[in-house]
Write a protein that binds this ligand. Sequence first.
Ligand SMILES: Nc1ncnc2c1ncn2[C@@H]1O[C@H](COP(=O)(O)OP(=O)(O)OP(=O)(O)O)[C@@H](O)[C@H]1O
Length: 268
Amino acid sequence: MTLHATFPDTALDPAPLLSVAGVSRFYGERIGCKDVSFDLWPGEVLGVVGESGSGKSTLLRCLAGIDRPDAGEVLFRGLDTPLDIYSVPEQERRKLMRTAWGIVHQNPRDGLRMDVSAGGNVGERLMDRGDRHYGQIRERALDWLSRVEISGTRIDDRPRQFSGGMQQRLQIARVLVSEPRLVFMDEPTGGLDVSVQAKLLDLLRVLVRDLGLAAIIVTHDLAVARLLTDRLMVMKDGHVIEQGLTDQVLDDPHHAYTQLLTSAVLSV
Ligand SMILES: Nc1ncnc2c1ncn2[C@@H]1O[C@H](COP(=O)(O)OP(=O)(O)OP(=O)(O)O)[C@@H](O)[C@H]1O
C-alpha cells in the first residue's frame, strides 16, 4: 500500500475525506468522549468547541491516530484505498501521520525538534515522504519559511532561538510543507499574546484557504472558531450536543449549553 496522498479535485470528490463512526474513549470510569460520529469533506474546516474537560482533546487524539479509541472507527479516504486507521499496524499509522496528514500542537515544542535547525525541521518532513535532493529540499524549506513569515536568514537557527509565535509558525511550516490532505490542530493559537494570536490566525486563515486544506481544529475560543471554521461541533461531558454550520451554531444556538457558551463571550 502506498501512503502517498493523491490530490483529487476536491470540488469533484464525492466521498468524505474522513468518516468517524461511534468513537468513544474512556479513562477508567470517566468518559473522555462518547459515541462521536461525523463526516469531514475535502477542503472542509471543522471546529470542535466546548468548555475545559468536555472531551475536545481526547477526541482529537483519537481522530489523529495518537490514542486508540475504546470503540468506533476512523476511516481516512485520502489515499489510493480507504484506510481504517486503527486496523493497520502502528508503523503504517505513524507514516500516515507524517505524510498525508499533519498535527499542529498547542505547544510548538511538542511538534518541533528543538535541537534541529529551522530548515532541518521543515526539510525533515520532505525526506519522510521520500524527497532526497538536498538543494530542492533547502529551497522548499526557504519557501515555506517565507510563507510563514520567517526570514530565510534564520534557516540555520534552532527553534529555541525563536519567539513563541515564530515557533508556532515554524511548526505550521513543518506540517504543511508535505502537502497533507488533512490537518489536526489543538488550540493552535493558545498560549500566545493576543496580538501574536491575531497575526497567526490571519496566516492560518490564508493558508487553509489557499491550500484547500481539510482541518479539524480544537479550540475553546469561539472567535477562533468563527474565523477559521466552516462547521462546528459543540461538546459537553464527552458528548457532541450540537453541530452545524459555524455561523448558524454561533448566531442561533439551539442547545441551552451552546447558548450559555456563546452568551459568555461578548463578541465572537
Ligand atoms: N490522561 C487522562 N487520564 C484520565 N482522565 C483524563 C485524561 N485525559 C483527559 N481525561 C479526562 O477526560 C475528560 C475530557 O478531557 P479532555 O482533555 O479531552 O477535555 P478538553 O475539552 O480537551 O479540555 P481542555 O480544554 O481543558 O484541554 C475530562 O474529564 C478529563 O479529566
